[in-house]
Design a protein around this ligand. Structure first.
Ligand code: F6R
Length: 639
């Protein structure tokens, strides 16, 4: 069934979509819908049948259900659950099993009888799986089918573990996991090689039989796949698009996951809009790139024929709009990231004065500074500013075990060579060797090994910052306590991290702070580092006068770049500077070739950095601005 959408605003959307301000609001609503079903069934003396998902997405829904049970007496005695999937093979008591997940997040905290819980069995012999799966389907039917089915969406577009290529009428079965899905799971398993290659999952056909289906998605990382699922053609390449052909589904999104839907991303295509300067900029950049035509060449017809008639009518002719936006973009470009002394700065991204600024660059991990803004870092130092760098975390998690042995062997051999071996290194070395022999995937290292890994990265960071031209006293290692603490406890307090950051800021009194504004960083460390810094700045702005002159610039890390219309400072790099930046990145040897956490991008960090900055330069050129080798981009955060 293809839906006809009669509302202008949502006319690109082929499924009902509800957008919430945050994932918490959305999760509460979903939890309350489930609670209502349970209570209605209770009143009628019937069983409520829930289809449950695992993963990061439904966690807050389960948390609210637990709260409803504990604080408001919601009982689950009349509830039967069927989970979507389980890895195969998988022992139920393994840390990563979906049985463990469900117990930890829901079942251990509510009054559901054990025999009402159904999760595909990851311990079966392979030949027994087909019969088991048929039985799973029959069991669902024997309860009259699923009343409400929760779904997340994988970045492959999978629902359950129905990966691309799954058939719309598929049933519960054993499947092979897609490579991207395994990479996404690699953190939980301590490396992709430990993620099972198979899973048992309910089929698309099984999911379709549910009376109500709720697909939830949060965060920008899901925005592209959500757009494809909601607005794209139905295709086995993206199994979630099959949901367009049932009328029992609703997509429940937070604003970030919805942000690439046409009505939010390109709102002028779906309705009349208020044309603010930033929206005009976004629309003109979009039009120019879409038509592959420089901004100054866009005509009234181009605007009219591409859904922007309202803009030329209100603000036109095209010529005026083009010049205005061209100039705004032109003015973002500067070779003087610390401001150009002695010139009129009214149309420049940075202030001319003071000519020599105190600059403090915060780097969440020890290599984000050079990877993300190495060219600008070098320029600031070359142009004589008082540049400091602060490495916020030790980054010890991302060092290979064999590097530890290599460095320890060096220390041992050196001690022997200078006749100074008191045996301490040998003892640590032997303990480390023994530990690594039996180390489990994802097992946290003992303190001494974490210290060695942190020192390896510290040495690399010093080499990188010295190469950029910083004096040693301007290189700061914060080693914020939250980073190691989070390995042992879920207790979230950042007070000591904030105080430590305030102290450093007070010492440097920066005119410019550079920080990673990379909120979609897959491991969350960048976001935590930003929140700590932001809180420190906020508190200082209430007490310290120098804060009135402190500007905060954000850069983005290895994962993605700011879209052109958001960029407020674009620093062009010459081919020589690109090369110097590359050499600075090379100082981080432990992260070269194959890093421990490459994310879902197979390219080395220096390649990503160069591709990203040359892409930004290419886009500026396409828009009709000068042709640079590379551009590093920044956004100013006003607080
Ligand atoms: C989980 C499942 C998967 C996840 C999806 C999203 O039972 O079947 O389809 O819902 O991979 O995972 P998260 O929520 O971790 O982003």
């Amino acid at each position: 069934m293809i839906r006809l959408n009669l509302l202008e605003e949502t006319r690109f959307e082929r499924v009902p979509v509800k957008v919430y301000p945050s994932q918490s609001d959305a999760s509460l609503d979903v939890a309350h819908r489930i609670a209502t079903i349970i209570k209605e069934k209770q009143e009628k003396g019937e069983t409520a049948v829930l289809g449950l998902a695992t993963g990061a997405t439904p966690v807050k829904v389960y948390k609210e259900l637990v709260r409803l049970h504990k604080e408001e007496g919601l009982s689950f005695k009349n509830v039967v659950t069927f989970n979507l999937d389980e890895y195969y093979p998988m022992a139920p008591d393994a840390d990563q099993s979906y049985v463990t997940f469900m117990k930890k997040n829901l079942f251990d905290h509510i009054d559901i009888p054990d025999d009402h819980i159904n999760i595909p069995d990851g311990t079966l012999k392979e030949e027994d799986i087909p019969a088991y799966c048929e039985n799973y389907e029959q069991k669902i039917s024997s309860y009259g089918g699923i009343d409400i089915q929760l779904l997340g969406i994988g970045r492959t577009g999978h629902i359950g573990f129905n990966e691309p290529g799954s058939a719309p009428n598929s049933g519960t079965r054993l499947v092979i996991l897609n490579d991207l899905t395994r990479r996404d799971a690699s953190r939980a398993f301590g490396g992709k090689e430990n993620v099972p290659t198979k899973a048992i999952t309910m089929g698309v056909g099984t999911i379709f039989k549910a009376k109500e289906i709720v697909l939830m998605a949060w965060n920008e990382t899901k925005a592209d796949i959500v757009k494809a699922a909601v607005e794209g053609e139905i295709s086995s390449d993206i199994p979630a698009t099959y949901l367009q052909s049932t009328d029992t589904v609703e997509f429940v999104l937070d604003e970030e996951a919805a942000s690439h839907l046409t009505r939010f991303d390109l709102p002028w295509l779906t309705q009349d809009v208020v044309w603010s300067e930033s929206l005009i900029k976004k629309a003109v950049v979009w039009l120019s790139l879409k038509l592959n035509k420089a901004i100054l060449k866009l005509t009234d017809e181009d605007y009219n024929n591409n859904g922007m008639a309202q803009l030329v009518t209100e603000k036109g002719p095209a010529y005026n709009i083009n010049i205005k936006i061209f100039n705004i973009l032109q003015r973002t470009i500067t070779g003087w990231p610390g401001g150009k002394p002695g010139v009129d700065d009214s149309n420049r991204p940075e202030r001319a004065e003071p000519a020599r600024k105190n600059v403090l660059l915060f780097s969440p991990h020890p290599d984000d500074d050079v990877i993300s803004m190495g060219g600008t870092f070098i320029r600031l130092a070359d142009q004589g500013h008082n540049v400091h760098v602060a490495y916020q975390t030790s980054g010890n998690t991302a060092v290979w075990d064999d590097d530890v042995l290599r460095y320890l062997e060096f220390v041992q051999d050196f001690a022997q060579a200078v006749d100074d071996d008191n045996g301490v290194t040998t003892k640590i070395y032997q303990e480390a060797r023994e530990f690594f022999k039996t180390k489990q995937p994802n097992q946290t290292d003992p303190e001494v090994i974490r210290v060695i890994k942190a020192l390896i990265r510290k040495g690399e960071a010093i080499a990188g910052a010295r190469f950029v031209g910083l004096p040693d006293e301007n290189i700061h290692f914060q080693a914020l306590p939250f980073y190691d603490r989070s390995k042992f406890s879920k207790d979230i307090s950042y007070e000591d991290d904030i105080l430590q950051t305030m102290e450093l800021l007070r010492k440097v009194k920066p005119h410019q702070v550079f920080a990673a504004g990379d909120f979609a960083d897959p491991h969350g460390t960048h976001k935590v580092c930003f929140d700590i810094l932001y809180e420190a700045l906020k508190r200082l702005s209430k007490t310290d006068d120098w804060m009135a002159d402190c500007w905060l610039w954000l850069y983005r890390g290895a994962w993605h770049e700011y879209p052109i219309h958001e960029i407020e400072m674009a620093v062009p790099l010459s081919p020589q500077e690109v090369k110097r930046k590359r050499l600075a990145i090379f100082k981080h040897q432990s992260q070269k070739d194959v890093p421990v956490f490459p994310g879902d991008d197979p390219r080395e960090f220096w390649v990503r950095a160069e591709d990203r900055t040359s892409e930004t330069a290419g886009l500026y050129h396409k828009l009709g601005l000068a042709d640079y080798e590379a551009i590093e981009a920044f956004v100013r955060w006003k607080f």
